[in-house]
Design a binder for this molecule. Structure first.
Ligand code: MLT
Ligand code: ZN
Length: 442
């Protein structure tokens, strides 16, 4: 019986079957995606992950890998009696290699733990996001997470120098040398980044590190609309070499966050749109952008940590505040810069009369559309994603496809691409046991 085979691999106490305990693994953070797990298994290391996958392979039982369970597209929760493979115990933090500026960490290490760990070596990890205390590196690799620092350092893909993973049948691949140059054929690491646990289970990751930023300047800038926000951003792209973040939010979202967190807004007056810029270095380049821009209605600048954190709270508080309104429909979409203003207008008219809380990463044209009270969420999803595709955008900029958007993938991937993706899936996981229904439809 599978349960006792798994217990022999990981120890009986790491095979969870109590329904009350399973519940926390069966529902996503927003409460939108839920399913039934056969059991949850919590291996301690890559060897145990291999043993678990071999046992599930022999029993032909599908497996859903799960990290910090902060995903937003249903990719990490069970659907229909799968084994949930929790990577949470694979949280080792290897020694920082200061010469290579790299570190190897377990898939279950949280982003916050990695940030703390590498800071001691005077280095920094170039990816950051609001769910840092729970989101795990394995999950972030699997979704090619983006976050708040993409303008400077790119998405997760740009920061992965190598990884180790276990195939569906328990075989292992290990590419952790982190070689900066390697011209030996197909990029297996790159294939696994963004594969959402459908090809193999990532157990460890070799991360690139960047020099720690010693001085930060943060500004919240009030503008009249998204076009004005883009103009200020355009000037900052030219004038501010250390530009790291360019986040956008709106007055209704700001009020919601302030009420939810009990904090004050950045300005005594309300403005339609807020652009938050975060830059490495002192305030001068940013101040000259603000002084030279007719679009700036008001601005607040912070250089010390508490003041910076206070400005960031207005942006980072959105996810929690939205969720407190009820289970939202969350659409993470991206459009080319030239289409941002037209898409924003279209989005608002598609969502009305339901409530839209919009925020996102302006530099990437990445909008997070959070809809509360949609009459037919699936129909609205289709309409929004079709609009995105018509603008040459992406139906998922940074959250992944999961189960939520698998049926919409043909909007942005050609039949040739889809068939190559299906063949790739078959080559890695011929039995279709890894995260079935995620990314590619069954
Ligand atoms: C964010 O940018 O805060 C995250 O992607 C989470 C979200 O979209 O709610
Ligand atoms: Zn985001």
């Amino acid at each position: 019986m599978l349960e006792s085979t798994l217990a022999a691999v990981v120890g009986r106490e790491q095979v969870l079957t109590d329904p009350a305990v399973l519940a926390g693994f069966e529902t996503d953070w927003t409460g939108r995606f839920r399913g039934r797990a056969r059991l949850v298994v919590r291996p301690a290391d890559a060897g145990e992950v291999a043993g678990v996958l071999r046992a599930c392979h022999d029993a032909r039982i599908p497996v859903v890998p799960q990290g910090g369970n902060t995903g937003l597209v249903g990719g990490g929760v069970p659907r229909d009696g799968e084994v949930v493979l929790s990577l949470a115990r694979l949280d080792t933090l290897g020694p920082v290699d200061p010469v290579a500026a790299q570190v190897t960490v377990g898939a279950g290490a949280t982003l916050a733990a990695v940030h703390r760990h590498v800071a001691a070596a005077g280095l920094e990890f170039g990816v950051d996001l609001a769910a840092r205390d729970s989101a795990t590196i394995g999950g972030m690799v699997s979704t090619n997470a983006g976050g708040l620092r993409v303008p400077r350092w790119g998405s997760m893909r740009a920061q992965v120098a190598g990884l180790a993973a276990v195939l569906a049948d328990g075989r292992v691949i290990s590419r952790l040398a982190g070689l900066p140059k390697d011209s030996t054929g197909y990029d297996l690491t790159g294939t696994l980044v963004g594969s959402e646990g459908t090809l193999a289970v990532v157990t460890a990751v070799r991360l690139r590190l960047v020099p720690a930023t010693r001085r930060w300047t943060t500004a919240t800038i009030a503008v009249a609309d998204i076009v004005a926000a883009q103009r200020v951003l355009t000037a900052a792209r030219v004038e501010v070499p250390g530009l790291t973040s360019a986040e956008v939010f709106y007055d209704d979202g700001l009020r919601l966050v302030c009420e939810h967190r009990g904090i004050a807004p950045p300005f005594p007056t309300a403005y339609p749109v807020y652009l938050l810029l975060d830059c490495a270095g002192d305030a001068d380049p940013l101040i000259s952008v603000l002084a030279g821009s007719a679009e700036v209605l008001d601005s607040a600048i912070a250089v010390d940590e508490p003041a910076r954190r206070a400005l960031w709270a207005h942006r980072e508080g959105h996810t929690e505040a939205v969720n407190a309104l009820g289970v939202p429909l969350k659409l993470d979409v991206g459009v080319p810069a030239a289409a941002v203003a037209a898409f924003e207008r279209e989005l608002r008219s598609l969502v009305a009369p339901a409530r839209l809380v919009l925020f996102g990463h302006l530099a990437e044209g990445n909008f997070h559309a959070n809809v509360i009270g949609a009459e037919d969420p699936e129909e609205l999803t289709g309409a929004v994603l079709r609009a995105v595709a018509a603008h040459g955008g992406t139906i998922s900029a940074e959250h992944g496809v999961g189960t939520a958007k698998a049926r919409w993938l043909p909007l942005v991937r050609s039949p040739v691409e889809l068939s190559l993706m299906a063949e790739t899936k078959r080559a890695w996981d011929p039995g279709g046991l890894l995260n079935p229904g995620v990314l590619l439809q069954r």
